[in-house]
Design a protein. Sequence first.
Length: 270
Amino acid sequence: MRTQMEKAEAFRALHARAGAFIIPNPWDAGTAKLLAAMGFEALATTSLGLANTLGSATVSLDAIIENCRMIADATDLPVNADLENCGADDPKTAAKAIARAAEAGCVGGSIEDSTGDPGKPIYDFSLAVERVQAAVEAARALPFPFTLTARAENFLYGRKDLDDTIKRLQAFEAVGANVLYSPGLYDIDTIRTVVSSIGRPFNLVMGFADPTLTVDQLSAAGVKRISVGGAMARYALAAFLKSAREMKDHGAFTFVREMAPIGEIRAAFR
């Protein structure tokens, strides 16, 4: 197994090389091992995928960290942690989640400017920047190069203010974030506008973007990292529901024809 330093350096190298790379989002050890067996170079956790497995709409930071540990332990790949808002409003308290993610085996992680409060879903600009700065300081205090991703969540919460989103990403860059991320961007022109306004690698999540876009198109637009968030988990649930409806509504079982080959699964799990 690679050391955490080796994983961290490999993860940084992915962001430095030419072109975009895909970082898929497993939600447990099994899906992590399957993705590793297919040859992906890094993995990212998904808080939505975790929530689905727990039968919940939300997850605690403790549950997120344990899920990170499970996924990081499952393979030899670098893992990036979806830490949501890092479990706290206060910058210094939130920043503690970075060390917790590192202790769980991750070599990267994100902090977002979403509050978790439906009445006021986005942190005020100054507080959002202070939170990222505190997370950057926590990341730099670690004994390996932890890749800190800062997320501007406006578009996920109905605030389609591109100027404010860019302003936030630029401020997050200025205080030291390694990667920038704005989930909810859909079309290639908007994506290109955002990427051209910043100087750090940009992560695009395809769970909310135009699904016809390809890696080549996104790479040409300047995107560096492509994730899918909870999309794979939701796709898996769609297949689960389809099979359940076939049994319940039609008393039929034709879905078994499309089962994953048991040999492929066992080979990945060895």
